[in-house]
Design a binder for this molecule. Structure first.
Ligand SMILES: Cc1cc2nc3c(=O)[nH]c(=O)nc-3n(C[C@H](O)[C@H](O)[C@H](O)COP(=O)(O)OP(=O)(O)OC[C@H]3O[C@@H](n4cnc5c(N)ncnc54)[C@H](O)[C@@H]3O)c2cc1C
Length: 472
């Protein structure tokens, strides 16, 4: 539940969209939708989905060839999906699995893929600066904090693995608890690592600012325009059709609603809360001047950031799958998870112990069967798509948009040689197998966290599900 911030326009649509996330609730501009598509149209490029994937693709195409006529059709408003709801970690966490990408060129391609994510952070920062997008983009790095010895062992193994893959001491390093204390007063830390490769952002401001930048470059965005079919040469919408040589799917977790999309991704929910604006004396106690996003190392981890308007936004502590990938606004609200993330907030940030919670919401991301992102374009049919970021889309979507633009404009760049280009994976199992598997994995991970906390030893049961879950 989001308590809508009062806004002078307060139309019914504005109020409805402010309920979607704390980020959308906090936007200074009215959220009245842009005009919908009414009737038919002929353009060069038609994109389904006004999240970051669709917008980055349109932005890079419009920059690359200003003559192109580009249209985005968005079912609700720009930023309605995960792009307007997420944790705001623009991290170097690669959207995909090493074991999957290795197939396309061994460790060399994995290293290049990881480097593309690291470099991708500054690429976004440069666009944000160039387009003057006021989204609190701040590259203060990120902290991974272990809150038990078993988590600490995982953090250590993670750092060793990165070192083995060529990450240096400038990329990630262990910090002492004293140094952690200087950065942020976090209760319950056992060990911590720091990486400079992460920026904090307000995701809704980024998404909506990028939409404005696209419009300034001549892109047309239709809102409240559901696409009902994506076909060669056209996007079929409820009240019209866009004919185009190039047609792009950028609908991520919502892809399951489109013809043929049902088993492409698992639609997984994550939930968040935001405190009220915290007063100066609370920040004096908390520190956190450099706004490093923080995550712990439980299997059902939490993630937290200090927002640009001085709140704490915290999410995670469990993910949910709803049988049949059901899409319903009620899925955005999960009381059990809200309780757990609230507890995590009070436990780890005691200085914010009395803070009121102003916003609670959920959102979904798309997990492919192999947890690895895909970018695809077929020049013969003009059909393209990107998605499957599995919760790592803030950098991944920009790489995908840049890559799609290069593919469409036939530019030979290094991006085209990264492992997600043309990558496909098998579909998820049909129901009820999918639901049984998703719920069993989530249940095993929850119980593994409890076991580790109780015994102080690694939970062996995780081995059973390891090959079905993403690495971190
Ligand atoms: C709670 C949460 C926390 C997250 N935290 C992080 C994080 O901290 N860091 C990170 O890197 N990633 C994070 N992610 C993942 C990240 O938000 C996504 O990977 C990214 O936003 C995906 O962008 P997208 O444009 O592909 O999809 P979306 O933002 O979901 O956009 C898809 C758009 O398509 C529209 N659409 C759907 N169907 C249709 C249709 N039929 N016709 C027209 N339009 C349609 C939707 O309305 C939506 O606007 C998080 C995700 C969630 C849910």
């Amino acid at each position: 539940m989001v308590i809508a911030t009062k806004h002078p326009t307060c139309s019914a649509a504005d109020q409805r969209y402010r309920q979607v996330s704390g980020w959308l609730a906090g936007l200074p501009e009215p959220l009245d939708p842009r005009d919908p598509l009414l009737g038919d149209q002929q353009v060069d490029v038609a994109i389904a989905g006004g999240g970051l994937t669709g917008l980055w693709t349109a932005y890079c195409l419009a920059k690359g060839d200003p003559r192109l006529r580009i249209v985005i059709c968005e079912r609700e408003i720009v930023g309605y999906g995960a792009s307007g709801r997420n944790g705001g970690f623009q991290s170097a966490g690669m959207a995909g699995e090493m074991r999957v990408y290795k197939r396309y060129g061994g460790m060399d391609i994995v290293r290049r893929a990881e480097r593309a994510f690291i470099d991708g952070i500054d690429w976004v920062g440069d666009v944000v600066a160039h387009e003057q997008i006021d989204c609190g983009w701040h590259k203060g790095g990120a902290l991974q904090i272990a809150t038990s010895p078993t988590q600490a062992a995982r953090v250590e193994a993670g750092v060793a693995g990165r070192r083995a893959r060529g990450f240096t001491e400038q990329d990630v390093w262990e910090i002492s608890l004293d140094e952690l204390e200087q950065r942020v007063r976090f209760h319950g830390a056992v060990s911590a690592t720091y990486t400079p490769h992460c920026a904090r952002i307000d995701p809704a401001r980024l998404t909506r600012g990028l939409a404005r930048a696209c419009e300034n470059l001549g892109v047309t965005i239709y809102e409240q325009t559901p696409v009902t079919a994506i076909e060669r040469g056209r996007l079929v919408c409820q009240q019209g059709t866009v004919q185009a040589d190039v047609v792009i799917r950028a609908t991520e977790a919502f892809t399951r609603d489109l013809p043929g999309g049902k088993r492409r991704y698992l639609r997984i929910y994550s939930h968040m809360l935001q405190t009220e604006v915290l007063l100066d004396h609370v920040w004096d106690e908390l520190g956190w001047d450099n706004c490093e996003p923080i995550a712990d190392q439980r299997f059902h981890f939490f993630y937290a950031q200090r927002t640009m308007d001085n709140r704490i936004a915290l999410g995670g502590r469990g993910t949910s799958y709803y049988t049949g990938d059901r899409i319903a606004d009620t899925n955005d609200h999960n009381e059990a998870i809200f309780v757990r993330i609230d507890e995590a907030l009070r436990l780890h940030f005691p200085a914010a112990g009395e803070a009121k919670i102003e916003h609670r919401w959920g959102g979904s991301f798309a997990a492919p069967r192999d947890w690895s992102m895909q970018v695809d374009f077929d020049p013969m049919t003009g059909l393209g798509a990107a998605g499957g970021f599995a919760g790592h889309g803030l950098t991944g979507t920009s790489i995908a948009g840049r890559t799609l633009a290069d593919l469409i404009l036939q530019r030979e760049t290094d991006l085209l040689r990264l492992p997600w280009v043309g990558h496909t994976c098998r579909k998820w199992e049909p129901e009820p197998l999918r639901a049984i598997a998703a719920k069993s994995i989530s249940g095993i991970l929850s119980s593994a966290d409890v076991v580790e906390e109780r015994t102080g030893r690694p939970a062996k049961r995780v081995r059973i599900v390891k090959r079905f879950m993403p690495s971190r």
